[in-house]
Design a protein around this ligand. Structure first.
Ligand SMILES: *Cc1c(COP(=O)(O)O)cnc(C)c1O
Length: 484
């Protein structure tokens, strides 16, 4: 399989070439040159597979530069009950039972990994892939990132103790929930470095960008990223759409709908890929919070990125985005893979005007018709009401992001097609809003009892480029002797 850039310049890359890279050199995002098609017989065969085997089958369609026996071993090491808590890995449970003749609404649990958010599903595989590929090349990598919570902790738990790779994770000092801080800062692994920046998330992100823009520093200290535009993360997420589908249906002629709490459009983009491969997904519902960039697009065709001043801080913070970094992938497909148009929209127009409008474009209607997209929006009041109703009426406690998904999903039900809402985090990660909604503390998995009291390993730095560079230089891996 070869990979192309959404902006048209790069081509002929294989999976392991793009694994350790972020953006394509032309600023675009990588996509496979075509989507492998899965026929009825294949779906039937896959129905019976355990999750790790299913992952191997799907990944092998996109990865042909890792020997199959190695890829299978990587999948088996990643998707085990020891890491994800259950044999099913992503078990489905009923939230709203089927009414007479109708279809139920399910929650698909993607949040039973080490950091209790769905990002573990892809990041755990990425950790194993990185370790494998770096060893094969005899290279090292220092991952630099900025996080407001879920991504950073998922990256750290995926990379901890892995050979050849270190993580330098910046986060805004004092801004993450106490549980999230405890999760990250209690890691004592030597290759994990927590850096609390005296500032807000944007300061962290600016620092990471500034370091990455210093190409000489970046090369010398082998700086890399694990952000959500990485194709390997996306393709790993394709697997649970298949796994969810198989649990909700008995035969391959039964369509389903998925609703996805969305921020950077990574998760739902994986659903798009699954659908393009032939999985019978009737509708992909994009659920946003008050930061409704994506809902606005799917309703009107206008894609209007927000300034940081216009980005709301909400109680579903992992969906607080000003622009959706994976969205370019979908637009590339929507525009018939016309890279010149994508370059004009994302490379020029967005940079210049901060907005583009496809409302009058002949392709826009296909977002709903050909590609099955729909959308909706949820607010803090909706979130509280949904969390309360799930707890009081269904005896299920859901997190704030999942609540946004449930609220929007219920606006897009089909009488016969099951609706599957992706559960993207567990309530314990966002305790303050659970207390606000329910007047009680969230349920806490036993393994996380008392983690707030563990010793913490974190340094606090000012939002200063030289300070963070000096910190990296002192701690990074694999620097040539002449430099160190
Ligand atoms: C990251 C995240 C999201 C948003 O996912 P995208 O892939 O960015 O759309 C939603 N919910 C939770 C809990 C997350 O951590």
């Amino acid at each position: 399989m070869q990979y192309v850039s959404t902006r048209g310049h790069a081509s002929g890359q294989r999976f392991c070439d793009i694994l350790l890279e972020g953006l394509a050199p032309d600023g675009g995002l990588y996509l496979p040159e075509h989507y492998p098609q899965v026929d009825d017989a294949t779906l039937t065969r896959w129905r019976a597979l355990p999750y790790a085997e299913l992952a191997f089958e799907i990944l092998s369609l996109y990865i042909d530069d890792i020997p199959p026996s190695d890829l299978r071993a990587l999948c088996e090491r990643t998707y085990t009950p020891a890491v994800f808590g259950t044999e099913a890995i992503v078990p489905l449970r009923v939230l709203d039972p089927a009414q007479a003749g109708g279809a139920p609404l399910y929650l698909e649990a993607l949040s039973n990994g080490p950091t209790l958010a769905f990002k573990d599903m892809a990041m755990q595989l990425l950790g194993n892939l990185f370790e494998y590929e770096l060893a094969r090349r005899g290279e090292t990598l220092n991952i630099l990132g900025a996080t407001s919570g879920d991504t950073g902790s998922a990256a750290e738990y995926a990379m901890r103790g892995k050979r050849g790779v270190s993580v330098f994770m910046t986060s805004p000092a004092g801004r993450m929930s106490p549980f999230q801080q405890a999760q990250m800062f209690s890691l004592m692994d030597e290759n994990i470095h927590n850096i609390a920046i005296e500032g807000v998330f944007d300061d962290c992100q600016d620092l990471v960008k500034a370091v990455s823009n210093d190409l000489d520093f970046k090369r010398r200290y082998r700086i890399g990223t694990v952000n959500s535009i990485n194709w390997a993360r996306l393709v790993a997420q394709v697997v649970y759409y298949f796994a969810g589908y198989f649990q909700a249906t008995r035969a391959n002629d039964q369509p389903v709908r998925f609703t996805v709490p969305s921020g950077n459009f990574g998760n739902v983009c994986a659903g798009h890929v699954a659908r393009m491969m032939g999985l019978p997904i009737d509708m992909l519902v994009v659920a946003t919070n008050e930061n409704d960039v994506l809902d606005e697009f799917f309703r009107t065709g206008v894609y209007r990125v927000r300034s940081s001043a216009d980005t709301h801080e909400t109680s579903s913070p992992s969906m607080d985005i000003s622009k959706a970094s994976n969205f370019e992938r979908f637009v590339f497909d929507l525009l018939g893979r016309d890279a010149a148009q994508v370059r004009e929209l994302f490379g020029d127009r967005l940079g210049r005007e901060g907005v583009f409008d496809l409302g009058a474009h002949p392709a826009f209607a296909q977002a709903a018709t050909t590609y099955g997209f729909a959308s909706g929006r949820s607010t803090h009041a909706d979130r509280l009401a949904t969390i309360r109703a799930c707890w009081n009426d269904r005896q299920q406690m859901v997190d704030t992001h999942t609540a946004d998904g449930i609220k929007v999903a219920r606006e897009h039900l089909h009488p016969q097609y099951p609706m599957i809402v992706l559960e993207t985090a567990l309530p314990i990660k966002f305790a303050a809003t659970i207390v606000e909604a329910l007047g009680r503390e969230p349920l806490r998995p036993a393994a996380f009892e008392g983690i707030e009291n563990l010793p913490k390993r974190v340094v606090t730095l000012p939002p200063d480029l030289e300070a963070i560079k000096a910190f990296i230089v002192a701690r990074c891996q694999g620097v040539p002797a002449a430099v160190a």
